[in-house]
Ligand binder design. Structure first.
Ligand code: HXC
Length: 513
């Protein structure tokens, strides 16, 4: 046994040292940590349990200590974050560039299966040169098996990807199939085809960073949801995200102790400008309503005319969706539609109540939007809100016009409680546009059309757009003092929080993708 034990220890040492000292040194020189260092940084201290330590692709002499690719370029297992179980894998760039072969994929599939079967989140730390070229179709098949499981456990357990190095070609599709993608600034790159191939095919020249860096995917493509300035910050963000999420689709989100907002709720009276066409930052309102004034934004830099993220109300984790008047006046466009509907569906999958703050002049007009398919994309928001069976509560702060009123968590789409601030305007369209249609003749024959327009618009506001019309029909449950928004929302969660809804049986719906 002594001899076998020595062999075991030596074998373990070899696997733990990955690609060896030189490769580890190179990894550090690039400003990157090794797979094991990252795991230790992410998990609660001492909680990591490795699985498949001795998996290897080359079976020529499996008993020898001459291991070709220690650990097959990926470290897999389970551990704890804030005392809650998670499953994870971390690709090891020091071993064959973290490239994915058959057994590398099998280790990832195993943690995905364990996560799904045990109802715990799965986290992938990606740093890989993609499909291991020498393994050909076996590597491709490995990706396929991962994608299959990403689909299988979608909506069952949260799936999180952190891109910490290259993630090229089809390899980017596993993160894309997961719920949230984090990217580390200047160290991570994602693309289907890299700069050289693009130049050869289309003649476009672009750097790797411009094409597929964290900034590009967080602000332009929307592929990534979070941008971290470094590895440590990225892993900390993952821990924060998990603090809002249940471990699986039948658990409740973790409860926290209630906290009053740090920012003064009295100030809610003065945030919306008197001039209805002036903008303000919706986050100033959100932060004055939620626990500790902490709002954890998702897709912060993408489609900034909409805002989505997590917060707590009286200790209960909630998903928050809002229009952002600071950008494009808060109109809904194609990208905002994708951002909102995906977030709503995530919250619905994982039992997070949805709070919607509405200040929306409409869907964004324009040829580009129409040809880009705003009808198809905008329909996703309608579908997602209507489909969601979690508690849905909305607050109309100012404008709520047309189809966008319906889309943003209206009662007609099944919201449980709708509140409005006294200055809310709920109507088919904005006052000026409306009176130009219904008072066209008067305006054309007026000696002072501008003055008349203003008067008519004011009359329209009072007569057709005030919130008491909606309240009279029951589409608004309560018109509230802005300073009582938090109190009403906390109460609303307790009123509708135990809701259970059964839908007609079907295989699945057909969301307009
Ligand atoms: C096998 C690979 C590899 C790969 C890297 N290596 N990628 N081995 N298969 N895909 C090996 C290198 O040979 C090298 O080994 C070591 O990893 C480190 O790589 P370097 O090139 O020295 O590192 P660096 O200069 O930092 O460049 C990293 C890189 C580059 C940008 C990732 O290696 C690269 O471009 N790799 C290929 C990327 C790619 O096109 N992958 C296929 C995508 S298509 P040695 O022993 O020499 O040090 C794909 C299809 C999936 O993935 C489809 C799923 C549906």
């Amino acid at each position: 046994m002594e001899k076998e034990l020595r062999h075991l220890q030596e074998r373990r040492r070899l696997v733990l040292s990955g690609g060896g000292e030189k490769r580890i040194e190179e990894q550090h020189q690039r400003g990157k940590r090794t797979a094991r260092e990252r795991i230790n940084m992410l998990l609660d201290e001492g909680s990591f349990v490795e699985l498949g330590t001795f998996v290897q692709g080359d079976l020529d002499d499996a008993a020898s200590l001459d291991i070709k690719n220690p650990g097959e370029g990926v470290v897999a297992g389970c551990g704890a974050i804030d005392g809650r179980r998670v499953y994870l894998f971390a690709q090891d760039f020091t071993v064959a560039g973290g490239s994915l072969g058959e057994m590398h994929a099998r280790k990832i599939c195993r943690v995905l299966d364990l996560a799904g079967q045990n109802g715990a989140p799965v986290i992938g730390l990606n740093d890989s040169g993609g499909a291991r070229i020498q393994e050909g179709v076996c590597a491709l098949n490995g990706y396929g098996e991962i994608f299959y499981r990403n689909m299988l456990y979608s909506g069952v357990v949260p799936q999180i990807s952190v891109i910490m190095g290259p993630c090229a070609g089809g390899a980017s599709y596993s993160p894309a199939l997961m719920d949230f993608v984090f990217m580390v600034d200047e160290k991570s790159h994602m693309f289907i085809t890299g700069p050289q191939v693009i130049e050869a095919v289309t003649g476009e020249t672009i750097t790797m960073e411009e094409l597929g860096g964290a900034a590009a995917h967080n602000s332009t493509s929307g592929v990534a949801h979070f941008l971290a300035s470094g590895e440590e910050e990225g892993l900390k963000q993952v821990r924060t995200l998990l603090s809002y999420l249940p471990s699986n689709n039948v658990d409740d989100p973790p409860a926290a102790s209630p906290q009053e907002p740090l920012l003064d709720g009295e100030e809610l009276m003065g945030i919306i400008p008197d001039d209805n066409d002036k903008s303000y930052d919706i986050r100033e309102i959100i932060r004055r309503v939620v626990d500790g004034s902490v709002f954890f934004e998702v897709h912060e830099q993408y489609a900034r005319n909409a805002v989505a993220g997590f917060a707590r109300l009286s200790g209960t984790a909630v998903g928050i969706v809002a229009n952002q008047p600071l950008v494009k006046a808060g109109c809904l466009d194609i990208d905002a539609s994708d951002k909102i509907s995906r977030f709503v569906r995530f919250c619905d999958s994982f039992n997070l109540p949805l709070i919607t703050f509405v200040d929306v002049p409409g869907y964004l007009p324009g040829v580009e939007q129409e040809w880009g398919g705003i009808i198809r994309h905008g329909a996703k928001i309608l579908y997602a809100y209507a489909e969601a069976t979690v508690p849905k509560i909305s607050v109309i702060l100012r404008k709520a016009y047309g189809g966008a009123y319906i889309a943003m968590g209206s009662r007609s789409l099944g919201s449980d409680l709708c509140l409005a601030w006294p200055g809310a305007e709920i109507a088919v369209m904005g006052p000026e546009g409306a009176v130009k249609i219904i008072n066209r003749r008067e305006l054309e024959s007026s000696a002072e059309p501008e003055k008349l327009l203003r008067e008519l618009a004011q009359g329209y506001r009072e007569r057709f757009a005030n919130p008491y019309i909606a309240a009279a029909r029951g589409w608004i449950d309560e018109v509230i003092d802005p300073r009582q928004t938090r109190e009403y929302l906390c109460r609303a969660i307790s009123i509708v929080g135990l809701k259970r809804v059964q839908r007609p049986p079907r295989k699945h719906g057909n969301i307009p993708l």
